[in-house]
Design a protein around this ligand. Structure first.
Ligand code: HEC
Ligand code: HEC
Ligand code: HEC
Ligand code: HEC
Ligand code: HEC
Ligand code: HEC
Length: 442
């Protein structure tokens, strides 16, 4: 039959265009992968035996309060300091510089005099290997400006390209869908023509109103359908109401972009350094800006390597400048101007007023990690609400979690009585009374 051949050629066209779209989207994927590969080869070379990556963490945690790499701060710039002294001298200096100065070491006395006799903190806790790591970090060559912008530009371009390729893929899919619809229409037409040519009758559509009339007449069907509709809508309304007031994943934009990933993750600053109240009181609290300035008097900008495709160095530096504006710190004169303006952090976690929740009870007494309730905060670029904070969530954990009894005088007696009562060795928070309404509700 000749007409069927016609039909075939249409589906062949269809396959061809599909194949074309596929190859097109695959090549755009390949382009995205390329810059990532070139980036990986540009690792910096260390000059001493230490590990510059570990050194950076140690430097930021211990030394950054007084030293910068390339500019003087409270102490001299430290880049290339390994060229000035023997490592053995540096170990002694860092472990206890005052001792070295008192011992009359000429170099030590000289640098002490040159810096207006400012006293450097002693770090007896740092091992020689730690100091090796720090010195390896200070020995890294300064990132050349053009090279650095190149490095930053590459991931940026990659991001842009992945954006483009996503668009290409979406566009291609839409096109394929549109083509499919057109093809179906054409195929339908061709088939009708074939049928007509062969003298087959195509039954005309029955008028659709009759179905509705038939339906309306059948009372049983009407009853079943309306019950079904009622149940379905009740289900959705219930689901909706249960969602009210549950703000899981709530992640507002804060007045200063503060990255927990950079602070608690990359620089390993302990949660409790900033949220110090979590250990001892009901609220964990947000740190005051004075706490920030302990470090940020000397950290006015982030390293080139901190920038990501999403957030540039300029963006991060602007955020630190916002901190300075808020506390009234003039970084050129290194002094407070006295003009301050409060930072209004937007509260993320918020239980209703009728619920009592106490951090120290959970963090100190129960020994629960922050991450159990707040998620992997050290990976959050932007803070968010990890847990649902519903009553079911609290109760669920109280049922599952054993109370830590060891080394806790307070529990020794209660434990004995209760474990007799329940006939078990271990007690969950629920068995201790963690399900009593009054414990959580005022
Ligand atoms: C409390 C501020 C402070 C801290 C923290 C600090 N330093 Fe210093 N550092 C100084 C000062 C000030 C000097 C200049 C000498 C002096 O006045 O004692 C100095 C000098 C030095 C020198 C000699 C530099 C030169 O060019 O001669 C080295 C090396 C050094 N510090 C290493 C470190 C390392 C490593 C750390 C971190 C483990 C560190 N410092 C932490 C204040 C500090
Ligand atoms: C350098 C200080 C600092 C460190 C370290 C730090 N935080 Fe924060 N944290 C803040 C600031 C500032 C905010 C308020 C801004 C925001 O929400 O991002 C905050 C907000 C939060 C919030 C949300 C508060 C709310 O409004 O409900 C949680 C939860 C939190 N931090 C947990 C942690 C945990 C867990 C760690 C350790 C892994 C940690 N933080 C380490 C400073 C810090
Ligand atoms: C223990 C030291 C320390 C404390 C305390 C600290 N920071 Fe930082 N901060 C750092 C370090 C280190 C960096 C990263 C520098 C880099 O990457 O070169 C940084 C980077 C930043 C940045 C740029 C990256 C980002 O997160 O957007 C901002 C903004 C910032 N800090 C704000 C704050 C605020 C606000 C506080 C107080 C709530 C604070 N910091 C407390 C050490 C600290
Ligand atoms: C057992 C679960 C749990 C643990 C463990 C926990 N939190 Fe919370 N956190 C909560 C709940 C629930 C809230 C909301 C409290 C409210 O609204 O009264 C909250 C609120 C916060 C807030 C907002 C401000 C405030 O004080 O209410 C911060 C900041 C915070 N937590 C930090 C921490 C840090 C840091 C740790 C670890 C030292 C920690 N949390 C451990 C459950 C927990
Ligand atoms: C990750 C598990 C966990 C979650 C989530 C949790 N708790 Fe607890 N909670 C415990 C444990 C364990 C104890 C027992 C601590 C102890 O040794 O006293 C406890 C104890 C308590 C107590 C004291 C009970 C008593 O017998 O004195 C209260 C009140 C409480 N939790 C409230 C809450 C509220 C409110 C929430 C939800 C917002 C919550 N908890 C979420 C684990 C959890
Ligand atoms: C472990 C802590 C805890 C215990 C025990 C507890 N609740 Fe709750 N309850 C909560 C929390 C948290 C909320 C807030 C939930 C929300 O905001 O979604 C809540 C909310 C409620 C609400 C408001 C309705 C709702 O779901 O938001 C009622 C009513 C309530 N609780 C009754 C009780 C009664 C009755 C008991 C005793 C059988 C009890 N609760 C025991 C933590 C607890």
């Amino acid at each position: 039959m000749k007409k069927v051949g016609n039909h075939n050629s249409i589906s062949r066209k269809l396959f061809f265009s599909l194949a074309l779209m596929l190859t097109f989207s695959l090549t755009s994927f390949a382009q995205v992968a390329a810059p990532a590969a070139t980036e990986a080869t540009a690792a910096p070379a260390a000059t001493t035996g230490g590990d510059p990556v570990k050194g950076k963490g140690l430097f930021n945690a211990n030394c950054a309060a007084c030293h910068k790499l390339d500019a003087r701060s409270t102490g001299p710039a430290l880049r290339g300091v390994s060229g000035k002294y023997e490592m053995s001298w540096i170990y002694k200096w860092v472990n206890n510089s005052s001792d070295l100065i008192k011992s009359g070491d000429a170099d030590a006395v000289k640098v002490f005099e040159e810096n207006n006799k400012a006293v450097m903190t002693a770090f007896p806790q740092l091992s020689n290997a730690d100091i090796d790591n720090i010195i390896a970090y200070t020995s890294e060559p300064k990132a050349e400006a053009p090279a650095a912008t190149g490095a930053v530009a590459a991931p940026g371009a990659a991001a842009q390209e992945s954006g483009i390729s996503n668009n290409v893929i979406l566009g291609a899919l839409a096109l394929v869908m549109a083509m499919l619809v057109i093809m179906l229409f054409l195929v339908n037409n061709v088939l009708r023509k074939v049928a007509k040519a062969n003298g087959i009758e195509v039954a005309p559509k029955k008028p659709s109103i009759s179905i509705w009339k038939a339906f309306a007449k059948n009372q049983f069907l009407v009853l079943v359908t309306s019950i079904f509709l009622l149940l379905a809508s009740a289900y959705f309304v219930y689901g909706y109401l249960m969602q009210v007031g549950v703000d899981q994943d709530y992640s507002p934009i804060q007045p200063i972009h503060f990255s927990h990933k950079i602070h608690a993750g990359d620089n390993e600053i302990n949660c409790k350094y900033c949220h110090s109240a979590a250990r001892v009181s009901k609220n964990a609290g947000i740190p005051s800006l004075n706490v920030c300035m302990n470090c940020h008097k000397n950290i006015a900008e982030v390293a080139e390597t901190t920038a990501t495709p999403e957030y540039s160095k300029a963006f991060y530096d602007e955020q630190i400048q916002k901190l300075y504006t808020a506390v009234g710190w003039d970084k050129t004169t290194q002094s407070y101007t006295g003009k301050t303006q409060p930072v209004k952090w937007i509260r993320i976690h918020n239980l209703p007023d009728f619920v009592y929740f106490n951090h120290s009870q959970h963090v100190t007494v129960a020994g629960i990690e922050c991450q159990t309730c707040h998620g992997p905060v050290q990976e959050y670029e932007i803070q968010k609400q990890f847990a649902p904070l519903t009553m079911g969530w609290c109760i669920d954990c109280h049922r599952k979690t054993d109370v830590k009894m060891e080394g806790n005088e307070y529990y020794a007696k209660i434990h004995e009585q209760l474990s007799k009562k329940y006939g078990v060795e271990k007690l969950t928070a629920a068995q201790m009374g963690g399900l009593e309404c009054g414990k959580c509700h005022y």
